[in-house]
Structures are given as structure tokens and as C-alpha cells.
Write a protein that binds this ligand. Structure first.
Ligand code: ZN
Length: 323
């Protein structure tokens, strides 16, 4: 799933191409991706609108238009690309996950292209989403921060001021694993499975560590690590593990630099120990059992004495899956 660095990359690359341009028509081809209105009303609301600004909040892409804001969430497999007026669709385009033959440019319009914004002059913005978990909606004026899906979002990690965040934003006494909290969009907006695993590795924290067992020092180390891995992701134009593409259709390069995500069963890049794969908060999770040894606090030990209440023995953890 595209996370903060992928969405930020799209926004930064798409903005200069479309800001100041006018939408001549909007062609929404899969009505169920649109929330809260009919496709006919959607098309007429967008027609003739100028794109003033492209920005990001969490994992949402926002196009501020003259009279409303178009909000797009890429879901699991969404791609938002830009094709110039003179763009010739590559007939030989082959999509593959094996990397043997990589796509060279913007994907041609196909059955997975669910929204086409036709801009004045023949340029187009294409929203393609094979698994259709993406969402599209319109918000009046510039009121997107008030929309229920955006108003619940937590702080933006990149502009996070850690001392203030430590004081007010960590839930007190929480028995949730820290990995689950990192994935919670009302805690930090934009962090998903890839960067949560990378940040936990970078800060040497076991993903199952309970939030209440992390002291201020560990919490602040973790938040610094979150910022570091997100910035690195942006520098590398995002992680193209499967479907994510930049607006020009090419892949990001961060997948080549991941330390743990997607590397279960492979040796840790820091210590050589085999990385372990498990399920935490229903999400595939990879960590290094040596670099991220679980601190055995008194609270955790007490919990272990109650059958079924605490963490089970290593290797028999509930939901553990083979690497
Ligand atoms: Zn290690």
C-alpha cells in the first residue's frame, strides 16, 4: 500500500504538471470508488475547474480546485499518473512483479483505469487501481480537513515536534503492541506497514512491545526513526514493492534499501541473524530477533504468569506464519 513517502512523491511530482491547469472533463469509470455522490454530479462538479494546488495529508492526495477539493486515497494498489499531451501509449507495455521486464512509462488506459481527468490541451491525469480499494470524494471549498476521513488523522510525522508529541499523544497505559499503534492513522498520519517495520528495526524495538512498556527515551528514539525512514523513502521516490508507481509511471527505488520489510527469512543486514516473520495487528511483520530483542519488563513478566493473557513462547506466538 502506498504510504506517506509514496503519496508525497506523487504530490511533489504531479503538482508542477497540473497546478494552474483546467479540468475539461472528468471520466469516472467505476462508480463505487466515488463516495457520497453520483458519477453524473461528480463529472459536472469537476468540469471547467482549475487545479490550484496539489497537496498531501496522511495517505490522502488532495487537489484543491476553484470551488471544491478532490480527495483521492490510493488504497492498496492505486496509481496516479500524468500523461503529457504528446504521450504515446506503449503498446508493448507488460506489467510484471518479477522484475524481468519492467514497465517503461505511464500505463495505458485499461480496465483498471477508474478515473481520467482530461486537462485543457490534451494532458491527462489517470487513476488506476487493480484491486479497487482506492477512494475518491469531493469536499466543498477547501474544507477537506473537516471531512470525517481526514479530521480523525493524527499528526504529520515529518513536521512532528517530538517533546510536545511525547507529552500529549501516546495513549497512557496502553496494552497494544507498538506496531499496532504505529499503523493507527489517528496516532501518526501516513505510516503504514513498510515504514512501521523499518522504523521499529531502526530504533531496535520489538514490534510486539506493549506501548505502556516503552519509556520516553525509547518513544523518542522510535519517533526519530519514523521521521528518518520516511525521509529516506521520499529521497528514494518511494517503495515500489508491487504496484506503486511515480506519476511518470516509473518505480521508486526504496525497495532496494529496505532493512526488514519483505525480507522475512533473510539475514539481518546489521547482524546476520535470520529475520523473523509474524503477524502483528493482522499485518505481516518482519523483525530481527537479535537487533530488536523484546525487553522483558516487570509488567510483561507478570502478564506471562497468567495463562493466555501474556505473550507466548517465541516461535509459538499466535498467528506466527512461516517466513
Ligand atoms: Zn539484526
Amino acid at each position: 500500500m502506498p504510504e506517506l513517502p509514496e503519496v508525497e512523491t506523487i504530490v511533489r511530482m504531479l503538482g508542477p504538471h497540473v497546478e494552474g491547469k483546467r479540468i475539461e472533463s472528468a471520466d469516472l469509470r467505476l462508480g463505487r470508488m466515488l463516495l457520497g455522490m453520483t458519477t453524473v454530479n461528480f463529472a459536472s462538479a469537476l468540469k471547467g475547474q482549475a487545479i490550484d494546488r496539489v497537496l498531501r495529508r496522511g495517505k490522502y492526495i488532495i487537489l484543491e480546485l476553484g470551488g471544491c477539493s478532490l480527495v483521492i486515497h490510493l488504497g492498496m494498489t492505486g496509481q496516479l499518473t500524468f500523461s503529457p499531451a504528446d504521450y504515446v501509449e506503449n503498446a508493448g507495455f507488460i506489467r510484471t512483479v518479477t522484475g524481468l521486464e519492467k514497465p517503461k512509462g505511464v500505463h495505458p488506459v485499461d480496465k483498471h483505469t477508474h478515473l481520467i481527468l482530461n486537462l485543457a490541451g490534451g494532458e491527462r491525469v489517470l487513476f488506476r487501481d487493480p484491486r479497487t480499494f482506492g477512494k475518491i470524494f469531493l469536499v466543498p471549498g477547501r474544507d477537506w480537513p473537516l471531512h470525517p476521513r481526514l479530521s480523525i488523522l493524527g499528526e504529520e510525522p515529518l513536521t512532528l515536534r517530538i517533546p510536545a508529541f511525547l507529552k500529549r499523544s501516546f495513549p497512557t497505559g496502553s496494552a497494544r503492541p507498538i506496531k499496532a499503534l504505529l499503523l493507527d492513522q489517528s496516532f501518526l498520519a501516513g505510516v503504514g506497514n513498510i515504514y512501521a517495520d523499518e522504523a521499529l528495526f531502526r530504533s531496535g524495538i520489538h514490534p510486539m512491545t506493549l506501548v505502556r512498556d516503552l519509556g520516553d527515551e525509547a518513544r523518542s528514539r522510535l519517533l526519530e526513526a519514523v521521521k528518518d525512514v520516511l525521509r529516506k523513502g521520499i529521497r528514494n521516490s518511494g517503495t515500489s514493492f508491487s504496484d506503486y508507481r511515480k506519476p511518470d509511471g516509473t518505480e521508486g527505488s526504496n525497495q532496494e534499501r529496505l532493512k526488514v520489510y519483505g525480507r522475512g527469512g533473510e539475514p539481518c543486514r546489521a547482524c546476520g541473524t535470520t529475520l523473523e516473520k509474524s503477524l502483528v495487528a493482522q499485518r505481516g511483520t518482519v523483525h530481527c530477533p537479535k537487533c530488536q530483542a523484546r525487553a522483558r519488563t516487570r509488567t510483561a513478566k507478570q502478564a506471562e504468569r497468567i495463562p493466555g493473557a501474556g505473550p507466548r513462547k517465541s516461535g509459538k506466538r499466535a498467528g506466527a506464519v512461516p517466513a
